[in-house]
Design a protein around this ligand. Structure first.
Ligand SMILES: [Zn+2]
Ligand SMILES: [Zn+2]
Length: 384
């Protein structure tokens, strides 16, 4: 192909570059041109693909040798099939550290030898777990027991009675996948499917492990300990990396375990993020004269609620810094909001009734004042 750049030139390395140099060059260029970093630059997409193609070829010993010999004019056309190289999806994060991108490239070439099998992460698991309300205040060290597919102990996850008996699947050369060219009218396309002989595992096991029937995984009850942070709210999922199901055939990372937390209801508090709301029944006399009430609280210190004289039902008293710890900022706490409710006793003793009758006139609203009271109430109600 005319005008196609040399793979070594693209990666900026010499023809004698080591595998490590190739990988380092790829990693730094892929980071530079990654579409996530250059959202509005069409050039970067092209460059990112170009860098990927160069790496795909040069990181594969067979393909690198062919490229060294023939350049882009190798017999048989593009190693990527009739469509040429297609960009692959690489997470930006995978370009850092251990190199989570390599498995993607190792499976690109149909004819590559070496039998590198597909690596697949085990399944993620989700469990629901309830914690007492107090945990939202203090956090809690907790644990659960779950049945999870773990790598089988008897066969170390290999699935075979004896590890020596495992053979590479001859139908797919241990790749687990079969690649074939299909013709649709004038077009050809590459179709990749799981190998039927080995069901995609790439291996033949003549004598499967009796415990796991060759699966390599067995269900095991496992106790998992975890920390629930203060301020936790219902619906929050804690992620326990690597505590999910083991990968099939022990050839990949285990999945994640997600623990979705449900916080139990409190006897009287409702919750609004880090604020706690409650209603406090107060007698007419206490509202008129004012009083102070003390109740136990979840932070271990009693709540002292001062009700000023002349308070009205529906007034709210806010106690700052006595709510739950804030989960986001990890600094400070919310408020306790106390809504005052007028408490009318169901029954009163005869003697008290008599006393109330005696002061009734003094407490009642004078009929001359009634209209004005109604008007003033309406004004206040409409303002708020
Ligand atoms: Zn096979
Ligand atoms: Zn086993």
């Amino acid at each position: 192909m005319a005008g196609k750049r040399d793979y070594y030139e693209i990666l900026g390395i010499s023809k004698s570059a080591s595998d490590k140099e190739i990988k380092n060059a790829f990693r730094s260029l892929a980071r530079k041109h990654h579409p996530d970093k250059n959202p509005d630059d069409p050039d970067s997409e092209r460059l990112f693909k170009e860098v990927q193609e160069a790496y795909a070829v040069l990181s594969n010993p067979d393909e690198r040798r062919k490229f060294d010999t023939f350049g882009h004019e190798r017999p048989g056309g593009s190693p990527f099939g009739p469509g040429g190289f297609q960009s692959v999806n690489i997470n930006f994060d995978d370009l850092f550290g251990g190199g989570g991108f390599e498995s993607i490239f190792s499976s690109l070439f149909g004819g590559a030898s070496g039998g590198r099998q597909r690596r697949q992460r085990g399944s993620d698991l989700l469990v629901h777990h309830q914690v007492p309300f107090q945990a939202a205040m203090d956090g809690i060290e907790d644990s659960i027991e779950i049945d999870v597919l773990k790598s089988c102990d008897d066969c170390s996850g290999l699935g075979s009675k004896s590890p020596d008996e495992i053979r590479e699947c001859p139908a797919c050369d241990g790749r687990g996948r079969i690649q074939r060219i299909e013709r649709v009218g004038p077009f050809t396309q590459q179709v990749v499917s799981d190998c039927a002989s080995c069901r995609g595992s790439g291996r033949i096991i003549p004598n499967p492990c009796t415990r796991c029937q060759g699966e390599g995984r067995a269900s095991r009850t496992k106790k998992i300990q975890f920390h629930v942070p203060p301020g936790i709210d219902s619906g929050t999922r804690l992620r326990m990396s690597g505590h999910g199901e083991a990968a099939k055939g022990n050839r990949g990372e285990p999945g994640h375990l997600y623990i979705e937390i449900q916080v139990e209801e409190h006897e009287w508090f409702e919750r609004d993020r880090s604020d706690l709301l409650m209603a406090l029944p107060i007698s007419y006399v206490d509202l008129v004269l004012g009083t102070s009430v003390e109740i136990s609280h979840i932070d271990g210190q009693n709540l002292k609620i001062k009700i000023p004289a002349g308070s009205k039902p529906g007034d709210t008293i806010s106690l700052r810094g006595r709510g739950l710890p804030s989960q986001r900022s990890r600094i400070g706490r919310g408020s306790v909001m106390v809504l005052l409710k007028l408490d009318i006793p169901d029954k009163i003793p005869r003697s008290l009734k008599k006393q109330l009758e005696e002061i009734r006139d003094e407490l009642s609203i004078n009929s001359d004042m009634l209209d004005e009271k109604i008007r003033s109430e309406a004004r206040q109600r409409r303002q708020s």
